[in-house]
Design a protein around this ligand. Sequence first.
Ligand code: ATR
Length: 292
Amino acid sequence: MDSTPPVIDGATTLVGIIGQPVVHSRSPQMHNAAFRALGLNWAYVPFPVEPAELGDAVAGLKALGVRGFNVTIPHKQAVMPLLDDISPAAVAIGAVNTVVIDGGRLVGHNTDGEGFLRSLTEAHRFRLERSRALILGAGGASRAVCDALARAGVPALRISNRSAGKAEELAATIRAHHPGCDAKALDWNPLDHRAAINWAELIVNTTSVGLHVGDGSPLDTNGISPGHIVADLIYNPPQTPLLQKCAALRARTLNGLGMLLHQGAAAFALWTGKDAPVDVMRRALDGEPRPS
Ligand code: ATR
């Protein structure tokens, strides 16, 4: 990876990310590599912002002429009332991860779902519109994934969450926005999971189980077969216990790095109006050296 710092001068256009914490975000390396590759005098900066400071931070970014910013935990919902307009996908998801500032107007988007879909269809050849999907988790990431899958024509979703009420609420939201998708909540228990494994072609883990050292799999993988595609939104570690078990059962697997890449590529295009140099961004994320 080219680690040359960007040259900042009087004409530099600024974008960035607000969240807490942002110190481990991989977005700066990905976007700054993309700006260098296209010869754009732009820079991407992480801004740690406490919840109590969110309003001042957003007003400040606007006043400073920043072109836009990503939004991450814990501000993806709280930022919404501060915006002038919000895209239909972000409204359906109920969260914003990208803001474009255009002529002083703040417009919110959500590129997480699109990022997930692109990473999935890039990694594996299959017919989304024939694939029934089991989704584990019903938090913010799940809302983006479920909306994107329903938008792409997945005929049926089963959403299973430890707290059942959130799965019910998300299934109802998906049915309201996508009447063609048979979305239902499922209890969080091994028997129901087993039946859903046999029913589904696609399984997506959106829970945080697998993120921390010592975590197990959120799903008993009995019944997983080579016919399944199993995606985990976690990318660190690159192979969660769920993915390890499913890969051993010869299912096709996918971690969350591609979603990170493609949500960033979609944000890049919204800010710059240019196609993102996806391969450059991928190499920057992988930490691989760029070819000279
Ligand atoms: P994100 O924005 O990444 O989706 P989130 O909104 O905090 O984060 O959602 C985390 C998800 O992981 C939720 O579905 C959560 O389940 P609850 O709604 O019951 O909290 C799920 N999760 C976290 N820890 C879990 C665990 N130990 N077992 C099962 N699910 C868990």
